[in-house]
Design a binder for this molecule. Sequence first.
Ligand SMILES: [Zn+2]
Ligand SMILES: [Zn+2]
Length: 264
Amino acid sequence: MKLQFLGTGAADWPNPGPKVGAGRRFSSQCLNDHVLLDCGPMALDAMNEFGLDPNALSDIVIGHPHGDHYDFATIAAIAARRNPDAEALVLHLNTAAAKALNKQQSELPDNLRVAPFQPGDAFSCGDLQFHALPANHSLERAGERAAHFYIESARQETLFYALDGSWLPSATWGFLKTKRLDLIIWELTCGDKDDWRLFEHCNLGMLKIMTNVFRNYGLLKPDTQMFCSHLARTLCPDHAIFAPYLAEHGYILAWDGMILNTGK
Ligand SMILES: [Zn+2]
Ligand SMILES: [Zn+2]
């Protein structure tokens, strides 16, 4: 799997985003060069900076429709950049958000197709199979639920993407407990602080406990790689200070533009 981090920050980073090395954009990543996973208002700017071609995209997947993860104007701008003969871009969006979008946007761009899903559903994006799982993260719209994703590549490599959420709901654990994970992207909004936002986000203490449970029940392999993303500007130290500290605990602190290519 190829993972490219376009943004690794929480919602308190300033928009427009920074240039590389000067901070973080809102969390977003590209998988295998063709799936954009979360697309906030800084995603197109990041694609430009990191040389990602909108024509290469097949799908955009939104974990939950908070403004740092989902911006329809940016998605429409990405669709508008595509060649007229390119296949329609598929936007995977929570069912309630998809309904609201259909109401607001009577005319969706012709080259954009909305595919609604709920936590519990599975769908594929070309060579990547997605399972949407419930997340402990509150949303304003009735009936709307945030999702984590368990993602499997055609070569059976697995990624667990857990943005945003606090402790994993038991249904999510019920799905994961028989899996073996190659890659994990954890959110670490609260850094190492016991902050009130941990009721719907994570801090390092929580990550360590959930990681231990994963290890105790055989979900981790000896070479599982765990990344931290979605760091709050106001709650986390600078990258240069925090990255070595997290490395001591077995976590790789992601940065904007970071690429991992496992070749699987
Ligand atoms: Zn967020
Ligand atoms: Zn959120």
